[in-house]
Design a protein around this ligand. Structure first.
Ligand code: TXA
Ligand code: MG
Length: 323
């Protein structure tokens, strides 16, 4: 299959992206967080293909993306008033809510869970594509399972070229890490930290929701236990440069928010570019990626979450206690 490279700036291309989705094809779509691999909500075959091309374990559920806030009632039921208040404040934007799933929603989307995750992406063009499709789309990040999420078209093609019908190019994602996932079924808690922080959410909830402690009980989505966001070379978190073996200085890269001496092969560390840096180091065949955990990085709950998961030892070990 030839993967079409469509442009978000072209009306024709946007219409074509929507038409492909309508006809059961997979299209990678831009969002403000990361690129998503979209399929029409009602098309179970297309959704099955998402799991196949990503190599995604079937117990890791997908996020439903809606064009308008009101559309979440197409997929969720018994939506609590707090959900509407949160959406009024944060949607469209990088907030995903876990709600009770409507029976009509194919169970495959939610990996059989009685819940459904929904969000309204911030980019106008993304919502335009969804509106043209005429129903919500499901979209996990458009990477091979376990790999760093794609924050530009080159990343999508690195993982999925020839396996999907098209990618719609809107340039690099501005946020660069995935949405905050907030569980509203049962105890309110953050299942995945993101750009919208616990403190931001407190402005509506009245309290900062805790980060779900997946070590003390079963994760709400079993798929959370898998290794994530990781390049094919080791990611090693260090507290100080003393922890970087001198033999590694020439062959590895150090990511740091603070400028480092010239002798280090260092690159800036930011949420928006961290996955790009992972992939760059991989392409350059570095031996390892060292990440300097300065106090500002430690304070960034969302970034730390991704770094710790990327640094987790192997794809099979249970890394949930590292969240
Ligand atoms: O920013 C984002 O959320 C991106 C863009 C494309 O929208 N999407 C994304 O999707 O990151 P994905 O599939 O890579 O991650 C979905 C996350 C997983 O951590 C999954 O476990 C969680 O959402 N999730 C999905 N449905 C859930 C559910 N019913 N209950 C709990 N967690 C759920
Ligand atoms: Mg993902």
């Amino acid at each position: 299959m030839k993967t079409l490279h469509l442009r978000a700036s072209s009306e024709e291309d946007v219409a074509l992206a929507a038409a492909l989705l309508q006809s059961g094809q997979l299209v990678a779509i831009p969002t403000e967080t990361v690129y998503g691999l979209a399929a029409r909500l009602g098309d179970e075959n297309a959704i099955r293909t998402i799991f196949q091309v990503k190599g995604r374990p079937p117990d890791n559920p997908l996020i439903v993306h809606c064009a308008r806030i009101d559309d979440i009632s197409q997929v969720a039921t018994r939506i609590p008033p707090i959900a509407w208040q949160l959406l009024e404040r944060f949607a469209p934007g990088p907030l995903t809510l876990v709600l009770e799933r409507k029976e009509v929603v194919p169970a495959i989307i939610s990996a059989g869970l009685p819940t459904v995750a929904v969000r309204i992406p911030a980019l106008d063009v993304t919502r335009e594509v969804i509106a043209r499709v005429g129903e919500p789309v499901v979209a996990p990040s458009a990477n091979r399972s376990g790999r760093p999420s794609p924050t530009c078209v080159a990343h999508v093609l690195e993982d999925l070229d020839g396996m999907i019908a098209a990618v719609l190019d809107a340039g690099p994602c501005t946020i660069g890490i995935e949405s905050t996932v907030l569980n509203l079924v049962g105890d309110i808690a953050i299942a995945r930290p993101g750009a919208i922080t616990a403190e931001d959410l407190a402005s509506v909830l009245g309290f900062p929701p805790p980060l779900m402690d997946v070590s003390s009980h079963t994760p709400i989505a079993p798929g959370m236990k898998y290794r994530h966001y990781a390049p094919s070379i080791p990611v090693i978190l260090i507290e100080s440069l003393d922890a970087l073996p001198s033999v590694m200085q020439n062959t590895s890269v150090v990511l740091s928010t603070q400028p480092l001496p010239e002798t280090y092969n260092w690159r800036p560390l930011h949420r928006a570019t961290v996955y790009d840096e992972f992939r760059r180091a991989e392409r350059q065949q570095r031996q390892a990626i060292y990440v300097l955990l300065t106090p500002d990085v430690r304070k960034d709950v969302a970034l730390m979450n991704r770094l710790q998961k990327a640094a987790a030892p192997s794809a099979t070990s249970d890394v949930s206690h590292r969240v």
